[in-house]
Write a protein that binds this ligand. Structure first.
Ligand SMILES: [Zn+2]
Ligand SMILES: [Zn+2]
Length: 401
């Protein structure tokens, strides 16, 4: 706790106008960095997973449960997808549509639209086409490919530990995330390239308005210095250091309501000035979790790319294969080390318990020649981060009472 406290205290002065969710993420990440054994707590919770449907007696029912993280994120994403598959004229609220989508999901159908129009394309609840749910996880390369213990982030969800990242990475498409190079022509086009949009969303993680934490996936990518449609050279460029995520509501407020002004610094910080002259600085959420993402200084010279598609494809396949080969033994070694750490803590707790029992039952050191460790002082029940199992693991022998 002292280490987490010192780590957070050093950075907290920059946490200006952060949302509650973002503070939770920062604390979660700090805990996982300081205490690799926190994984045990997660595993203990995972073992308690359950799902219950209970009648409430008024014709409705309550669904309540604890589920594994990947199941929860996929379930949530699928509900949203089904709920959004109806027209705007559907009379139900978003919450009601998500609830109705549960039945559609159980029956493997689409959610039928209730707008009432005879020509509505979403009227019938046909069998839903099989879809794959995409879950975006951001993590350091050393965590994904090596034995790193830096936590990662599931887009729109929160912080997850290194071991969960490696489990998810085994069946994932990996993409190296680097600040994209933007050509002169692309910088003068209004629409950012897919690579630039992806980078800006992952750098920001949420809406950049002070205190707002709507996930970046649903946000607009906004030009801080407005794009000049008549003369692009005299307006804001379409480059990462002039782009940021803002949710629809705050985008509208900024564009149509006089008063709020914003300025973006090369490191991605946005300085907002309120109508009353109050100043708020918001830093990108991704940079706080992954300091390597801090933006490179602006104005990189564009590098032309000569593409060789078949070569790229062969290279990609080779990279995936070699990654799978390297990943397997690393994951296995990491899992074994975690198991050994848990076992060691269990042994120490067991021995300490027996020492306590000896004191309670006899009140003096044991004189037995068989179990001399029982007279040793209590052992620490926490392991240093660099602890490795000794070559031979002796089981504690029976206490002499
Ligand atoms: Zn409709
Ligand atoms: Zn917002």
């Amino acid at each position: 706790m002292a280490r987490v406290d010192a780590d957070l205290a050093g950075r907290m002065s920059r946490w200006h106008c952060w949302s509650r969710r973002r503070v939770i993420n920062a604390v979660d990440a700090a805990v996982r960095r300081c205490d690799p054994d926190a994984i045990r707590e997660r595993e203990r919770q995972e073992d308690r997973r359950r799902l219950e449907v209970t009648a409430r007696g008024d014709g409705t029912a309550k669904i309540d449960g604890i589920v594994a993280l990947d199941a929860a994120v996929a379930f949530d994403a699928r509900l949203t997808e089904l709920a959004n598959g109806v027209c705007r004229a559907d009379p139900r609220t978003r919450a009601q549509r998500r609830t109705d989508a549960l039945k559609a999901m159980a029956e493997a159908r689409r959610l039928a639209c209730l707008c009432g129009a005879t020509d509505c394309p979403n009227r019938s609840a046909d069998t839903a086409p099989a879809t794959r749910i995409a879950i975006n996880v951001i993590a350091g390369a050393h965590t994904v490919l090596g034995g790193g213990s830096q936590p990662g982030y599931i887009e729109g969800y929160g912080v997850i530990d290194a071991e969960q990242i490696r489990v998810l990475a085994q069946n994932a498409t990996l993409r190296l995330l680097a600040e994209p190079v933007v050509s002169q022509a692309q910088a003068l086009r209004y629409q950012p390239t897919a690579a630039v949009q992806r980078w800006v969303r992952l750098r920001d993680l949420t809406c950049r308005f002070p205190g707002c934490d709507r996930p970046a996936a649903g946000c607009d990518v906004d030009h801080t210095i407005a794009f000049n449609h008549a003369d692009p050279r005299n307006g804001g460029l379409t480059v990462p250091w002039n782009l940021k995520c803002v949710c629809r509501q705050h985008h509208r407020d900024k564009t149509f309501n006089e008063g709020w002004r914003d300025e973006q610094l090369p490191d991605g910080t946005v300085v907002w000035t309120s109508p009353s002259g109050e100043i708020y600085r918001t830093t990108p959420g991704g940079v706080d979790l992954f300091p390597d993402m801090a933006s490179a200084p602006a104005c990189q010279p564009p590098t032309p790319l000569a593409r060789n598609r078949s070569g790229e494809r062969t290279g990609r396949i080779a990279r995936i294969r070699s990654r799978n080969r390297t990943l397997r033994p690393i994951n296995e070694a990491h899992r074994q080390l975690q198991q050994a750490r848990r076992r060691e803590i269990g042994y120490r707790k067991g021995r300490n318990h027996m020492r306590k029992m000896l004191f309670i039952l006899k009140g003096r050191p044991s004189t037995s020649p068989y179990c001399t460790w029982i007279n040793d002082p209590p052992e620490p029940e926490e392991l240093p981060p660099d602890w490795r199992p000794p070559p031979q693991h002796p089981q504690p022998d029976d206490p002499p009472f």
